[in-house]
Write a protein that binds this ligand. Structure first.
Ligand SMILES: *Cc1c(COP(=O)(O)O)cnc(C)c1O
Length: 345
């Protein structure tokens, strides 16, 4: 029983190379579940880009992820989570010379340097994201204090999704006299605009989603048909013994262990999205939740919420049943997806 992520290596790498080739100084982001591909695999692709494209730095989300990145990637590894002495002080990896730390206060930076005097670092600006970072005044003060410290690699700014953040970055760049910047979520034309406004400054975009998932034709998720059971009207199935209206119960590989049948919290911000959420809520209340599998040309409902490694779906009467052992397409949320097998070919 297998959920397989099939990656068309040539297409995937062509897309990666297109992003890298058109984005100067790009820092590929490899974190979490590796955007569905697995952290190890995306780090190996980063290493490929290091050798073939001169990509000298990659970014991981956390200190816990950094040892695997240092192992697979030969260049610098930027840790996106800020260094916090109270949380990270005892991690051996702090000493690693290829690690680049993110500091968000003067006292944290002082503690970092106490722990590892050679540590290289970026200083983070608190943007409209309100996640991590320093106010403009605090950042300006610290930037002045560190001066031309060779361990200081630049200022970093993390931005909300969507376009329209050029003015915000522009304001930061005007008020902070530093010539190396790391940014996220800026479109290519926004990066060009900033490059034109601030000649002489280096702006390095951190990119994850667009790099790994930007070409949807480069990968496909497939799940095995494990079993097929014709049912009569009134028959019951599943842990919860729900009654069915005839048709076929199809048992498929793929369940909560793979992130299937789970939902990442969704931000329904438009009326249409809220309408869809409401309609799905009604279906759910009626015990019918559309599954993410495509079986016999349709998206059947779950018989019941999926379990660890399998899902049971219901095909209505008249819909032909698939063959046991064949594969079907399944849609996944890439941020919570864990395939059994990744085939890169
Ligand atoms: C995850 C992350 C990124 C990359 O975001 P994508 O949307 O995947 O491109 C960049 N910067 C920071 C600080 C992040 O946490």
């Amino acid at each position: 029983m297998t959920v397989t992520l099939r990656v068309d290596a040539a297409r995937w790498r062509t897309h990666q190379d297109r992003v890298v080739g058109s984005t100067e100084g790009v820092v590929p982001v490899a974190k979490g579940n590796g955007y569905g591909f697995g952290l190890g695999l995306v780090l190996e692709e980063c290493a490929r880009m290091f050798h073939e494209r001169g990509v000298a730095m990659t970014a991981v989300g956390t200190y816990v992820e950094s040892p695997i990145a240092l192992d697979r990637f030969p260049g610098d590894v930027l840790v996106l989570e800020p260094w916090r002495p109270s949380i990270h002080r005892d991690l051996a990896v702090i000493e690693h010379p290829r690690l680049v730390h993110t500091a968000t206060s003067r006292s944290d930076l002082t503690e970092l340097q106490g722990r590892n005097p050679a540590a290289r670092y970026v200083l983070e600006a608190l943007t409209s994201m309100m996640r991590h970072g320093m106010s403009r005044m605090a950042l300006r003060g610290l930037v002045d204090a560190v001066g031309d410290d060779p361990r200081f690699l630049g200022v970093t700014a993390h931005l909300p999704l969507g376009t329209g953040h050029v003015d915000e970055v522009d304001a930061w760049m005007r008020s902070i006299p530093v010539d190396r910047w790391f940014v996220s979520h800026l479109a290519p034309e926004e990066l060009r605009t900033l490059g034109d406004r601030f000649p002489g400054r280096v702006i390095r975009p951190r990119i994850g989603t667009r790099l790994w998932l930007g070409d949807e034709t480069a990968f496909r998720v497939r799940a095995h048909v494990l079993d097929v059971h014709p049912v009569a009207r009134g028959d019951r199935a599943g842990y919860r013994q729900r009654q069915l209206q005839g048709g076929t119960v199809v048992v498929l590989s793929g369940g909560t262990a793979h992130g299937i049948g789970l939902e990442a919290p969704s931000a329904a911000s438009t009326m249409r999205q809220r309408g869809i959420a409401a309609a799905e809520g009604l279906l759910e209340a009626a015990g019918k939740i559309r599954s993410p599998f495509t079986v016999s040309g349709m998206r059947p409902a779950f018989v019941e919420p999926p379990h660890m490694q399998v899902s049971m779906v219901h095909l209505p009467p008249g819909v032909p049943a698939p063959q046991v052992g064949t594969e079907v397409d399944v849609r996944v949320r890439t941020t919570i997806f864990h395939p059994d097998v990744v085939v890169v070919s």
